[in-house]
Design a protein around this ligand. Structure first.
Ligand code: ADP
Length: 353
């Protein structure tokens, strides 16, 4: 297995399109690292640079401390799994999986054992004689993963591999990939635009925006300690609520509304953006803050309330017992210890607990 290192990697496409900017990252041996961010932020390009399908404009790439920039894609010992599966339609599942091993001139018996063992792991042993069109989306994706596994590569790259699957199957395959990672102990880099996929799969997550890394952290650290308002708003669903506030003599206000301030007594006076997650707002008939309910979503296990507060849309996540109709006022309190302040540049203000 292998460690991977990006050193100052940038990629500028024609017409000065900056796709990846000053990318520095060390992926540990056996780690499952997720790259996440909105469409166009440079995730796929980063993977393609590592796979050798694109050339970087600047920077160095290493696998196990060996530079690989001058190596051809087929010599990098990397296997890539794509969203569209990229299976050969005229070949059986067995032949699809055996293809790269035949190219490597592996002995026939060894190929058979290898493919059969991998098919066993992925639960596709019964389909080895079928063509891809005779398989469901989930089965095709397993074949695409199997084709990567048989090669025993140093590094696995996944480019949005579950995007073509329906929601339920996506969750199931996500689970299977997690188990596969535990079993193979392989180094994996996984690209997705879906923050829930990133949170559930990643040992660590890299959040990207407009070609730049915003933060590298474990899922829980990203959630609890976002570096900036972009990460805070991107990670978590429903998303964090934001409100422009002013802090004066450690009193926090939004316009005329007094929010509270105690934990921000160390923070300099000024204008900030206040951030609070939907689950840190509590409906409470005796509380001083009041919003007006616009929409109530009852999901069975929980309710999501969309309300207007201080001229903003605010989302509240609460138990199914909270029954309230659109148009009604909702009094609530905020767990201020779970709130964040972001400075005018969007950087989170660090507060000592
Ligand atoms: P993501 O995978 O996060 O959606 P990409 O890495 O595909 O983002 O793209 C990053 C940026 O580079 C986007 O602005 C995209 O339009 C641009 N881009 C990607 N591939 C090419 C290409 N071959 N030529 C020119 N621009 C490209």
């Amino acid at each position: 297995m292998a460690s991977v290192r990006f050193e100052g990697i940038s990629k500028v496409y024609q017409k000065n399109i900056l796709a990846v900017a000053k990318f520095n990252l060390e992926v540990e041996d056996g780690e499952l690292l997720v790259l996440v961010g909105p469409s166009g932020c440079g995730k796929s390009t980063t993977l393609r640079l590592l796979a050798g399908l694109e050339e970087p404009t600047t920077g160095e790439l290493f696998i196990n401390d060996h530079p690989i920039i001058d190596k051809k894609p087929q010599d990098r010992d990397i296997a890539m799994v794509f969203q569209n599966y990229a299976l050969y339609p005229h070949m059986t599942v067995f032949d699809n999986m055996a293809f790269s091993l035949r190219m490597k001139k592996m002995p026939k018996e060894l190929i058979t054992t290898n493919v059969q063992e991998t098919a066993e792991i992925l639960g596709i042993s019964d389909y080895l004689n079928r063509k891809p069109r005779e398989l469901s989306g989930g089965q095709r994706q397993r074949v695409a993963v199997g084709r990567a596994i048989v090669r025993h590569p140093s590094v696995f790259l996944f480019d949005e591999p579950l995007s073509n699957l329906d929601a339920k199957l996506r969750v199931q395959m996500r689970n299977e990939l997690s188990r596969l990672h535990t079993r193979l102990k392989a180094t994996m880099i996984y690209v997705t635009h879906d923050q829930a996929e990133a949170m559930t799969l990643g040992d660590r997550i890299v959040v990207l925006k407009d070609a730049y890394i915003q933060q590298i952290a474990s899922p829980l650290d990203l959630y609890d300690f976002p570096e900036n308002s972009f990460v805070a708003g991107f990670i978590g669903s429903p998303a964090m609520n934001f409100l422009p506030v002013s802090l004066e003599n450690s009193v926090l206000r939004s316009g005329d509304i007094l929010i509270q301030a105690s934990i921000y007594s160390e923070v300099p006076d000024g204008k900030y953006t206040f951030g609070i997650r939907p689950e840190d707002i509590y409906p409470d008939a005796d509380a001083p803050l009041e919003g007006r309910v616009e929409v109530l979503e009852t999901l069975g296990n929980e309710n999501i309330i969309y309300m207007k507060f201080a001229g903003r849309q605010f989302t509240v996540r609460c138990g199914p017992q909270v029954q309230i109709a659109p148009g009604e006022p909702l009094r609530f309190s905020i767990d201020i210890s779970r709130s964040h302040l972001f400075d005018p540049d969007g950087i989170r203000v660090k507060v000592d607990a």
